[in-house]
Write a protein that binds this ligand. Structure first.
Ligand code: AMP
Length: 191
């Protein structure tokens, strides 16, 4: 099972991905988490991306695709993968098609969590306050930038997936449990 969770920062992708990892032993491929880990460990990649992450802009497609390819290979034996925060550009979406073909994998589900734009800033700032993990990009100026970048660079991939796949839109304003139930139903129906 390979599934993509699409949606803006703060829509609940991470929360839902963690739930699917627990329930189905899928692997969460969160590029944001991978990049933050690289920054924390001060790796070569971490040094390259640190300032980009703090600015709210996107990391180069080429670097992201390289990281993703390594992770696809490393997780080949997992029963499923959840793409969380990837792809984020049309280039990444096209490259993912090529990668999946190369490693004899296919995309089973594409899910978009639809959330009211006005509530995103509030949601992210609330999450930041409650979370133990402090992020450099969780202040209101950078969050606004991240939302702007999402609308400009990532939103077009919703059309890409609607035309190529059956895009499942879920109302992300529902409770976490309701969203989880809907996602799990979609997964069960694929089995
Ligand atoms: P996230 O945790 O998904 O909100 O990602 C945090 C930051 O990591 C983003 O604002 C980008 O700077 C970077 N990032 C994460 N995923 C990607 C991606 N697929 N392409 C480019 N940059 C990314």
């Amino acid at each position: 099972m390979n599934l993509i969770l699409l949606g803006p920062p703060g829509c609940g992708k991470g929360t839902q991905a963690v739930n699917l990892v627990k329930k189905y032993d899928y692997y969460q491929l969160s590029t944001g988490d991978m990049l933050r880990e690289a920054v924390a460990n001060e790796t070569q990649t971490g040094k390259i991306v640190k300032d980009v992450l703090a600015s709210g802009k996107l990391v180069d497609d080429e670097l992201i695709i390289k990281i993703m390819e390594e992770k696809l290979i490393a997780t080949k034996s997992k029963p499923g993968r959840i793409f969380d925060g990837f792809p984020r550009t049309l280039i990444q979406a096209n490259e993912l098609e090529g990668l999946l073909k190369r490693y004899q994998m296919k995309l089973d589900l594409v899910i978009e969590l639809v959330v009211d734009q006005h509530s995103l800033l509030e949601r992210i700032l609330k999450r930041a306050k409650e979370s133990e993990e402090k992020r450099d990009d969780d202040n209101s100026v950078i969050v606004k930038k991240r939302l702007e970048v999402y609308n400009k660079e990532t939103k077009p991939i919703v059309d890409f997936y609607s035309s190529k796949y059956n895009l499942n839109k879920i109302d992300g304003m529902q409770s976490i449990q309701e969203v989880s139930n809907t996602i799990e139903n979609l997964i069960e129906n694929k089995h």
